[in-house]
Design a protein around this ligand. Structure first.
Ligand SMILES: [Zn+2]
Length: 293
């Protein structure tokens, strides 16, 4: 991906290495805490089973808080432009989504209010609750912020076999896709429908919401490439490979050894590839109507 000359976003907040201040030296998660975490995971479209297995695998209920390493004051890392390549890259991708969605919204006479993006390590507090890096990157509609621990990119490459910068851009663009859904009112409608629905139906609605975010990520890539020629040879394949790598069926196979379609919350690998691909090919929001098809 061609990105080094791109604009940097003003909406990145670097909270890496800052402590989640909950008093004391650690954060105990009692039964209620776990429930809250699971509820949060469900709201965010994360498979609660993943969170449970993370907690179980953690060998205890005490979350390890990030080690600041440098001995810096808590919060001192916040603000300012991050200097490292990983953060720099995310900042450029975010800026590109800002430019692209601003243009697309303007075409239909609307104003795009960009999301914030918070970089964190291990644990982060959001308006949607406290989240662990193991839950993966997420978007919180309550504070209109994307949260990402860059360690996820190493996981994506090493554990899920999806390397490459465009694979990483897809992850940011997917979360920004959720922000677009929030602005358009889609997420709110889906949440309301989910509250009336049973578990299986709620999961099915979650899948449609996630596939639409994939499609929106593709729409971003389509327009970014048309305006700024960001794509290089192999990029499309990288993005599609990443979409396939984090399909529910493949993740379930890896973590549980079996596939349970009724527990899908994000869609199968095949579906994720299809919808991301559809957005990339057409560049059309209207073609991202995952709720109708
Ligand atoms: Zn998502």
């Amino acid at each position: 991906m061609r990105w080094r000359d791109g604009r940097r976003s003003q909406n990145v907040e670097d909270r890496r290495g800052s402590r989640v201040g909950l008093g004391g030296g650690g954060m105990r998660l009692g039964g209620g805490g776990i429930l809250l975490l699971l509820l949060g995971a469900w709201l965010l479209g994360v498979n609660p089973l993943t969170v449970l297995s993370v907690l179980a695998g953690g060998g205890g209920e005490t979350l390890q808080l990030p080690d600041t390493g440098t001995g810096s004051e808590p919060g001192s890392a916040a603000g300012g432009a991050p200097a490292d390549a990983g953060a720099d890259f995310v900042s450029v991708v975010l800026a590109d989504t800002e430019d692209t969605w601003t243009e697309l919204f303007a075409q239909s006479g609307a104003r795009y209010a960009p999301p914030k993006l918070v970089l964190f390590t291990q644990v982060v507090r959001s308006a949607c609750g406290t989240a662990q890096a193991a839950m993966g990157p997420f978007y919180c509609p309550l504070d209109q912020t994307v949260y990402i621990d860059l360690e996820f990119y190493r996981e994506l490459r090493d554990r899920f076999g999806a390397p490459g910068d465009f694979a990483q851009a897809y992850v940011v663009a997917h979360e920004v896709g959720h922000h677009v859904q929030a602005l358009l009112g889609t997420s709110e409608q889906v949440r309301a429908a989910q509250q009336r629905a049973g578990k299986a139906q709620a999961n099915a609605l979650s899948v449609r919401l996630e596939l639409q975010a994939d499609c929106y990520a593709g729409v971003w890539a389509h327009h970014a490439n048309r305006a700024r020629q960001v794509l290089e040879a192999g990029d499309v394949e990288e993005g599609l490979a990443a979409a396939a790598a984090i399909g529910d069926d493949r993740l379930q196979q890896q973590t549980q050894g079996e596939v349970m379609p009724e527990a899908f919350t994000h869609g199968s690998s095949k579906q994720r590839v299809e919808w991301f691909g559809r957005g990339m090919e057409t560049g059309s929001l209207e073609r991202c109507d995952t709720f109708r098809s």
